[in-house]
Ligand binder design. Structure first.
Ligand SMILES: Nc1ncnc2c1ncn2[C@@H]1O[C@H](COP(=O)(O)OP(=O)(O)OP(=O)(O)O)[C@@H](O)[C@H]1O
Ligand SMILES: [Mg+2]
Length: 285
């Protein structure tokens, strides 16, 4: 019911479609800076695309388990999770849960066990490509796989960068936003050179934009000058409904589909879908 209501409010004429890509787009949502909107972006884009007919998998790769919480997927100790895939080679489909209330959306949760993975991975064979192997071996077909990264550049994030074709970087519109981005980009370049030549920073999304401040505008100009058309036209405003939604186990798309937070994530999802059809990134079969 909530899913249907959300679609009716966000897309009343039904005119907006989100075309399905020809092949699975694996998108790594990364920024080692904490609290910039990685998880919020992952959850809301995933829900928006799923509500419009795309089959979407969210992989929670952060021991904080915020994406699992946001999608209301159980992730207490003892629940099979992404740790089991990375460390114990359990198939990804065995730990995947359907997201209740949103057709076409699934989640691989993270429990607190994942906190140990960063260290344990060090001594595991093919430690950088465990996630890539797990996703490649998945028998089901997805249009999108979103990987929500932790705020660090350790082995978990490296696994996400090796598994993905695309990187989506959320950037918070504030003064220190660009600090640290060079380090992220140089890590991405290293992964591209040595581990994953197809990796592309395809998408930059400006988050938590406060239009009352001149600073937000200056950050936006800086980011657009630097990254050009990788930056989505849609900008996510700071919006209290966005931050309230997770405490109800919901995305803002269903919690308050008429809010500015929901409509901007809807627009961002639409742009991503359209770009994927217009400029297909080179992908493995
Ligand atoms: N557009 C927004 N408006 C208001 N609050 C927001 C918005 N986007 C995110 N928030 C809030 O900001 C906080 C950080 O967001 P989020 O958890 O998505 O960031 P993150 O980059 O995943 O953080 P971490 O690095 O800890 O994983 C959360 O409390 C979230 O609810
Ligand atoms: Mg997060």
């Amino acid at each position: 019911m909530e899913a249907m209501r959300a679609v009716q409010i966000l897309n009343p004429s039904g005119e907006v479609t989100m075309p399905r890509p020809e092949r699975t787009r694996v998108m790594c949502v990364a920024n080692q800076k904490g609290g910039v909107g990685k998880t919020t972006t992952t959850v809301n884009l995933a829900v928006a695309l799923a509500l419009h007919g795309n089959r979407v998998l969210v992989v929670d790769l952060d021991p904080q388990g915020n994406a699992s919480t946001g999608l209301n997927v159980p992730h207490h100790t003892g629940v099979p999770d992404v740790y089991d895939c990375l460390i114990n080679s359990v198939p990804l489909e065995d730990v995947t849960q359907a997201v209740e209330g949103i057709p076409n959306l699934w989640c691989v949760p993270a429990t607190i066990d994942l906190a140990g993975a960063e260290i344990e991975l060090v001594s595991v064979v093919a430690r950088e490509s465990r996630l890539e192997r797990a996703i490649t071996a998945y028998p089901g077909h997805f249009d999108y796989v979103f990987i929500d990264c932790p705020p660090s550049l350790g082995l978990l994030t490296v696994n996400a960068l090796v598994a993905a074709q695309e990187v989506l970087i959320p950037i918070q519109c504030e003064y220190y936003a660009l600090e640290g981005l060079n380090q992220l980009i140089s890590n991405i370049n290293l992964v591209r050179q040595h581990l994953n030549p197809r990796l592309d920073v395809s998408t930059i999304l400006l988050t938590m934009y406060d239009r009352r401040t001149r600073l937000a505008d200056a950050v936006e100009q800086d980011v657009r000058n630097h990254f050009g058309d990788k930056v989505l036209q849609a900008v996510i405003p700071r919006n209290v409904r966005v931050s309230e939604a997770p405490s109800y186990g919901q995305s803002v798309m269903t919690y308050d589909p008429g809010s500015r937070g929901a409509t901007s994530y809807f627009e961002a999802a639409q742009e991503i879908a359209e770009r994927g059809v217009k400029e297909p990134v080179s992908r493995n079969a």
